[in-house]
Each structure stands twice: as structure tokens, then as C-alpha cells.
Design a protein around this ligand. Structure first.
Ligand code: KG4
Ligand code: ZN
Length: 332
């Protein structure tokens, strides 16, 4: 059984996953303390990971009905993410592996989001490579071609903000709490997606995307409406704004499928939990891999999934492992 840790941002996650990709438990402890600051404060996140990491591991083992004796492999997110936060996971994983004489697999967070599609659901793997995958999270918006279980090639990326960042910044403008994605999706349910025409990065050709103009358009629209009217039309603003993000992403997915000639699309990352995006992509007429919502937002089960195909390091080689803040290391 694989025991995995994921601490790249503000969720302290641990999971137990079998070597054939069945999720035995997945614990996600959301810190819930960053709302007061309107975003994640790295130093506070690291300190909370320190307090929560061992408890999350214990909880993951208990919920799986297993003990440390059942663990045969330790996996951990090495990057990209907040370095101080990542280091807590990396140090915890090293200590566990060293104390138990176990091998350790360092995992790239983005490869983890892709690998959520390799976890078993209903007794079979969800997706067989090659396929196109949209990774849309708070820090990344990438369209990739997944060649096999260990690598991908980047086809397109955002030129500025990530899609999740666009949700978070839009939500903030509408007075919603952090993280903005789920809150904005909830508010948008009562609104009309056609009420306002927001830009969908139509000027950006190819497979790249852009969201900074959209955020500015919302800012100007809220200002033009004035405080009272903007408040009265919050749901319409949210629905129209969300519609623009969904369209921007869906059009790129469609183009990527056309360009690659592939007929399978998978999605991952927090934004992949968005209902209207999932519904829109389901209409593209290709085989669609959508992990369960709890496997789209940050979790450790996806890290364990990726570790099944990664290179296991033995003691003492992994003691030299360091976290990395940025970059895409999982390229084919
Ligand atoms: O993958 P993730 O959990 O963490 C990162 O690796 O960044 O993604 C978090 C992002 C946040 O920006 C959050 O607002 C967004 O995913 N998100 C959503 C939804 N749930 C989370 N965006 C839109 N709709 C959602 N339901
Ligand atoms: Zn993520």
C-alpha cells in the first residue's frame, strides 16, 4: 500500500492507495484560516502543515483500516507550490520512509493532477493514454498531451492569470470568501450567464489562454453599475463571469482535440470541480475523464497514483531531496 502526502498549498492531505490504484482513504484538512487575509499566507500555511501532518497521516491509515506496517511505499509532492509548505510534506515523508526502511517517490504536483485520472473507479482505470488533459488550478492552467502514465507535453498555457486565480479574483470583487471558485459557482446558480458579455480571450489564438482582461472587465462593470446595482446583480455578474471562464477553457480543449486528432479528454485541478465546466465539456462529444470532485481539488490520492509510475528512491538517496517552487518537471 502507498502512503502519500500533499502539502503544496493550504490543504494538509494524506492518503492510502493500493498499488493497483484503488483509493483506500483520502484525508484533506483544509486550513480554513486564510479567508481573513483574502488568500493563502505562505508562512501561516507552513506552520499549520507542521501541526496537521502527523494527524492527517494517522487519520488516513485509520480510515483505510491499516497501520504503518502495511505501507510499502511513501510518496510526496516535491513541487511546484509554496516551498515552505512543500518542505513540511517532504520532511515528514523522509522521516516516515527512513524510520520504516521504505522507498520514497517524489511526485510533481501537476503530474499528480493528471494521475487522478488513473485512479480506479468502479473497478477500472478511468483513462488510457494518449489523451488531452486540461489542468486548471489556482496556480496553473495547462493543456497537455498525456503520452503515457509518466509524462506529458505542454500544448498551451495561460499567458497571465490561472483559471482558478480568475475565479478567486472575480469572487473577491463580488465580495465572496476565499477560495472563490466554489463560492462563485454557488452564487452563479441564481444568475443568468447571458446577462453580461465578458471577454473570452478571443484574440488569443492557438491553445494558450488569458484571464487578466476578464478580471479587469469585471472590475469595470462593477464600477460602472455602482455599489447598489452591482450588489443587486451579483448573481448575474457571477454567472456571466463564470460563463466566460468556462467558454475560454472549453474552446481551447476543443482546439486541442482537433489539433492532436485525439478523441479523449481528461481534466484535473481545482477548477475541474466546477459544475458548468464539467457540463460544457461533456457536450464536446468525446470520451471524457472527470475524476470525482474530491480528486480534482488538491488531494494526496492523486500523488499516490502518480507514484505508482514514478521512480522509487531508496535510503539514503532520498535524504537529499529538496522541494521546488515552480516549473513543470513532468514533461515527456
Ligand atoms: O488544484 P487546487 O485545489 O490547488 C492548486 O493546485 O492551486 O485548485 C484550487 C483552485 C482555486 O483557485 C479554487 O478557487 C478553484 O481551484 N476551485 C474552483 C472550484 N473548486 C475549486 N473553481 C471553480 N469552481 C469550483 N467548484
Ligand atoms: Zn493543485
Amino acid at each position: 500500500m502507498i502512503l502519500a502526502l500533499e502539502t503544496s498549498c493550504d490543504d494538509t492531505c494524506a492518503a492510502a492507495v493500493s498499488h493497483d490504484g484503488e483509493v483506500l482513504s483520502s484525508v484533506i484538512s483544509s486550513q480554513g484560516i486564510h479567508d481573513a487575509y483574502g488568500g493563502v499566507v505562505p508562512e501561516i500555511a507552513s506552520r499549520h502543515h507542521l501541526e496537521l501532518a502527523n494527524a492527517a497521516v494517522d487519520d488516513a491509515l485509520r480510515r483505510a483500516g491499516r497501520t504503518l506496517d502495511d505501507v510499502t511505499l511513501v510518496a510526496v509532492t516535491q513541487g511546484p507550490g509554496l516551498v515552505g509548505a512543500l518542505l513540511v510534506g517532504v520532511a515528514t515523508a523522509k522521516a516516515l520512509a527512513a524510520a520504516r526502511g521504505l522507498p520514497l517517490v517524489p511526485v510533481d504536483h501537476l503530474q499528480g493532477h493528471v494521475a487522478a485520472n488513473f485512479l480506479r473507479a468502479g473497478g477500472r482505470p478511468l483513462m488510457e493514454p494518449p489523451f488531452v488533459c486540461l489542468i486548471a488550478s489556482g496556480g496553473h492552467t495547462l493543456l497537455v498531451r498525456v503520452e503515457d502514465q509518466v509524462g506529458f507535453t505542454v500544448l498551451g498555457r495561460t499567458l497571465d492569470d490561472a483559471a482558478g486565480e480568475a475565479f478567486d479574483k472575480g469572487a473577491r470583487l463580488l465580495g465572496l470568501p476565499y477560495p472563490g471558485g466554489p463560492a462563485l459557482e454557488r452564487l452563479a446558480r441564481d444568475g443568468d450567464p447571458g446577462a453580461f458579455a465578458f471577454p473570452t480571450a478571443a484574440g488569443v489564438t492557438g491553445l494558450d489562454s488569458s484571464f487578466s482582461g476578464l478580471k479587469t472587465a469585471l472590475l469595470y462593470r462593477v464600477r460602472d453599475l455602482g455599489e447598489d446595482a452591482a450588489r443587486a446583480r451579483r448573481a448575474d455578474l457571477a454567472a456571466s463571469y463564470q460563463h466566460a471562464i468556462v467558454e475560454t477553457l472549453a474552446v481551447r480543449c476543443e482546439r486541442a482535440l482537433e489539433q492532436t486528432g485525439l478523441d479523449r479528454l481528461a481534466i484535473g485541478g481545482g477548477v475541474a470541480a466546477n459544475g458548468p465546466l464539467r457540463d460544457r465539456l461533456a457536450c464536446l462529444g468525446v470520451a471524457l475523464g472527470i475524476p470525482d470532485r474530491t480528486l480534482c481539488t488538491d488531494n494526496a490520492a492523486m500523488i499516490a497514483s502518480a507514484a505508482r509510475f514514478g521512480e522509487a528512491l531508496r535510503f539514503p538517496a532520498y535524504l537529499a531531496l529538496d522541494a521546488y517552487a515552480s516549473g513543470e518537471r513532468a514533461l515527456a
